[in-house]
Structure formats: C-alpha cells, structure tokens
Design a protein around this ligand. Sequence first.
Ligand SMILES: [Zn+2]
Length: 250
Amino acid sequence: MPKYLLAALVALLLCACAHQAPRNPLATWVPSDNFDPRRPVLVVLHYTEQDSAQRSLDTLRTANSGGRVSSHYLIGKHGERYQLVSDVDRAWHAGAGSWGAVADVNSASIGIELDNNGREPFSEPLLESLLVLLGDLKARWRIPAGNFIAHSDLAPGRKIDPGVHFPWKRLAQHGYGVWPRDDTPPAPPGFDAAQALRTVGYPVDDLDATSRAFRLRFRALADGTLDAEDHRILYALAQGWTIPADGVQP
Ligand SMILES: [Zn+2]
C-alpha cells in the first residue's frame, strides 16, 4: 500500500476513535462559536460510608452489585483530592430527589464524596481540602451559597449523608451552604413550616421525612417533632437571615 494511503487510513481510524461531540445525523452540522459548557448550579456533599478512599475509588469507577455510581470528586481523609468526572458532565451521585426547581439533580449538580464512614468526625485535612475545592467551584461556576447542600437535603427519607458529624455551620461561615443567624426572632403565630421548607428548597411531598432531614442538618442532636426553635431557624432561613460568609454576625 502506498505510504500516503496508509497515512490516510491511520488518520481515518484515529478520527473514528477520537472523542467528538455527538452531532445529530438528522440535521446538517453548522457549528456556532456562541456557546459554553453547561453550568452546574448545585453542589451535593456525600459521605462514602466506607473505610478507605481506595475502596471508594473502586466503587465509584466500576459496576457494583447495587448498580453503577460515580461522583465528580472524592476527598480522602488526608485531604487528597481525586476527580472522576468532568464538572460539565453528568455523574451518578444524587439519584431520585429534588432541590428547589431542580428535579433532576444529577444533571444540574457537582457531587463530592467525602471519605468518612458516617460514624466518626470528618478529619481536619479533609475539611480544609474540601473548603479549597468549594472555593474553586463557587468561583468558577458562580454557585450561590444556598446551593451547597447535603445528599439528605434533596432525598429526605432515602439518604442521611453526609450525616450528623458534618460541620455545616463552619461551612456556612466560609460561604458554602446557609446557616441561620443567632439573633433572629421566633417564627410568627400561624407559621407555615411546610411552606418555609419549600422556600428553602426542600422537597415536601413527605413532610415527616423532610422534617427529619432538616433536623439532621440544622439540629442533629434534637429529637421529637419540630418545635419552636426549629421554626425560628426555618423562619430565618426562609427570610434569608443567614450568617455572612466571614462568619461574623452583624
Ligand atoms: Zn450520598
């Protein structure tokens, strides 16, 4: 075979194998430069519920007995960061659930798995490393503070991670996730907790499950049904009376 033909064949084969944006054969491809990557609008935090980052890397990259799962990032106990899926692609971490107007959370979010078995505090290097990553994601994708959420927030009754040990107040003090100010007034008489939960972003089709998810995030040590303190917190969140990013209360 002449050399130039061989070169052409090799080029053709390489083209066929290269990753290309899918184009619909039903239409003529007339590319426009006026576009950008799809923008994630939520960040969902998880714990791995496993005992090592290596095991979690395996789980997030293989077919498992319970089905395939993945996340965009995994942070290990020592603060090591791994990226498994590009920010602009859809990873499989959220499953069924919703947050605010977002009904398909996987399509709109970045998922971060944290190397924690759910039974012990998150390590300091992991948290420091997470704060660095969140700062990067918030800046690059312009994600509002209120859109950094727990897996348990979007899937009440089905998920409880990142669990009771996760320091949400500390995160809010850095500008990731919301936390109520201490000095807000009690909720007014006739306060509608379900409406406030909906305003904050929670799905409310199962109000009992959502109330438990809210408790887990904002008052993990309390028990019983929602009380006046829960209502004060919810009222403050629904009103936007949250602590500022520097953690200093006005
Ligand atoms: Zn999760």
